[in-house]
Design a protein around this ligand. Structure first.
Ligand SMILES: C[S@@+](CC[C@H](N)C(=O)[O-])C[C@H]1O[C@@H](n2cnc3c(N)ncnc32)[C@H](O)[C@@H]1O
Length: 255
């Protein structure tokens, strides 16, 4: 695993914060993905059956697969590198009596995709370039789905006013998808107001945990404050300039 990509996936700028991440994010459930949007778009565009195989790469606490398993048939798997996230997800699975259909595993998703197994649905939130940039990532993911399988791809684009380097423009995003050879079956832009309110609520929960950490480790106040300030900065960029979108993608027609 490339460490910088792991850091990027959780907006980590100083690696010293990494051991504190499970504590800081303890009160959050979905960690950036949008399970509601995935449920909505799957309902309309993907028929899941009892024997369907679904995997979420970088599943966090498993929010998406657990919510899906409550709604649809199928066998769900989630992979995340942080053991504490997997433990929290497993507790939810037990609470919801979903142990028969949902399995979360701690592991590196880059190793998972190297295994010769294919799925009916692959879910991926593009939070870092662990598999490369958009076209490359989609080419990698396309090898993990069956001929009629679907990729649920969560990503974001900027609205043209953004001058940073973290996001593609909408036009560049579509061009990357086209270059991957995959077909867009459906797309769902996230409700911006809902996301803004959710980010605000999450940031309040993060702030509470940061304050607790500062009391426990006053010598590390700067580290904790910097992490929190960066969270606020990233949220502000999302609120102001960025639109998030969930796609259903399938293999393109063979020529
Ligand atoms: C922004 S979070 C999103 C998590 C989840 N999709 C959700 O919405 O709740 C990104 C996740 O990717 C995981 N991650 C990053 N690199 C990884 C890797 N190489 N293998 C497995 N998980 C990874 C992180 O631990 C983190 O939980």
């Amino acid at each position: 695993m490339i460490k910088s990509e792991f850091n990027k996936s959780l907006d980590i700028r100083d690696e010293n914060i990494t051991p504190y991440i499970p504590f800081i994010l303890k009160d959050l459930w979905a960690l950036g993905g949008n399970p509601d949007a995935v449920i909505k778009i799957l309902k309309q565009h993907v028929a899941l059956k009892e024997d369907s195989q679904i995997i979420d790469l970088g599943c966090g606490k498993g929010a998406t697969v657990i919510e899906l398993a409550k709604t649809f048939p199928g066998n769900y798997k989630g992979i995340d590198i942080i053991p504490e996230f997997i433990e929290e997800g497993n507790a939810r699975i037990r609470e919801n009596q979903l142990s028969e259909t949902v399995v979360l595993r701690q592991g590196n998703m880059c190793e998972t995709i190297a295994a010769p197994v294919k799925y009916d649905v692959v879910i991926y939130g593009h939070d870092s370039d662990a598999f490369g940039s958009i076209a490359k990532t989609l080419q990698v993911l396309s090898k993990k789905i069956n001929d009629d399988g679907s990729i649920i791809y969560e990503t974001a684009f900027h609205d043209g006013r953004y001058k940073g380097t973290g996001y593609f423009s909408e036009e560049a995003l579509y061009s990357e998808i086209k270059n991957s050879g995959l077909q867009i079956i459906a797309q769902l832009k996230w409700n911006r107001e809902y996301i803004r309110r959710q980010n605000e609520a999450n940031n309040r929960l993060i702030e509470k945990r940061i304050e607790q950490l500062k009391e426990q480790r006053p010598d590390q106040c700067r580290l904790f404050d910097n992490f929190y300030l960066n969270q606020i900065r990233e949220s502000n960029i999302l609120d102001e300039y960025v639109e998030c979108v969930t796609f259903v993608l399938k293999q393109g027609e063979l020529l």
